[in-house]
Design a protein. Structure first.
Length: 296
């Protein structure tokens, strides 16, 4: 895997960065390539998060223009405006950077990560310091990919990531041990049943076999002590003021330290990829010989 640095934005000529991202690389901008007002970042860094005011992260839900993770109060309106502006600026930037993705993507959450990652007392399945691939329990992708854009707004501290080899290599070694054959054999009946229950108003989340496997793989990697200790590791330190993006379901990653990061997530249609065969769902379907993703 590679760390691809973009020193100039916008570039003199357009570059298609899709193959780099789809190969499991990280696209890095030493200087954040979109507007990020200092008043906004100062406000975020100086918020008081004591007294249970914050959950794991503060989330901005782009579709509903709503913020969650912080108690109502005088700060909420300002925080909402800042997160909405950050989200809109990132979306405009990524449309320019990766126009082929924008026609088919779904806009997911933006978030603010206010807490120091190092030493956080989280349950194992929520720990960020263990190498994992992303999967969202409440928001299945049905075979599409999770593209995330991160910005370090800390004044002085880098954000330290550790990355392992991309998904195809991991799937080849670990997918069957993580239950690929059993989950793929369960097929679509379970997904169809969940859809039927949802149509009657039951609070269920229909998941394709792909989504069930990816949730399981997320847990499997975190619980696999041998993998955590012995997999190939690549360390990246993202300095203050920088922005980076990668497919976090394709790139196994962990966050060892860092505070005050902003993030925007996109669900990118696998049909818009330059190399659709690199998508995790395509890798898994080749391994098990079955279709894993819903058609919707």
């Amino acid at each position: 895997m590679r760390f691809v640095t973009v020193d100039r934005w916008p570039p003199p000529v357009h570059v298609d960065y899709r193959p780099e991202l789809e190969a499991g690389n990280v696209l890095f901008f030493p200087a954040t390539p979109f507007e990020l007002p200092k008043d906004n970042t100062n406000f975020l860094r100086t918020l008081n998060f004591t007294g249970g005011a914050v959950h794991k992260n503060i989330a901005y839900r782009t579709a509903s223009d709503r913020i969650t993770g912080i108690e109502a109060g005088s700060r909420q309106a300002t925080l909402h405006a800042i997160m909405r502006e950050y989200s809109r600026n990132v979306i405009a930037f990524v449309k320019d950077l990766l126009p082929q993705y924008s026609s088919g993507w779904k806009l997911d959450y933006a978030s603010f990560r206010p807490l120091e990652e190092q030493g956080r007392g989280l349950p194992l399945n929520k720990r960020n310091d263990l190498i994992h691939t992303d999967a969202f329990p409440s928001r299945p992708t049905h075979g599409d990919l999770i593209l995330r854009v991160f910005t370090n707004i800390h004044l002085s501290k880098s954000r330290n990531w550790v990355i392992a080899d991309p998904f195809p290599a991991l799937a080849e070694e670990y997918a069957r041990a993580a239950g690929l054959d059993e989950i793929s054999a369960g097929g679509r009946f379970r997904d169809a049943s969940a859809r039927l229950l949802k149509s009657f108003g039951f609070p269920v989340v229909p998941r394709s076999p792909y989504d069930r496997f990816m949730l399981n793989f997320h847990e499997y990697l975190k619980r696999n002590a041998d993998f955590q200790a012995n997999c190939a590791k690549y360390t990246f330190d993202f300095p203050p003021g920088s922005t980076w993006l990668t497919f976090t379901d394709l790139v196994p990653h962990s966050v060892l330290s860092g505070q005050h990061a902003l993030e925007q997530t996109f669900i990118v249609s696998r049909r818009s990829l330059a190399n659709p065969e690199n998508a995790p769902v395509a890798v898994l379907e080749r391994l098990c010989g079955r279709s894993l993703a819903s058609n919707d």
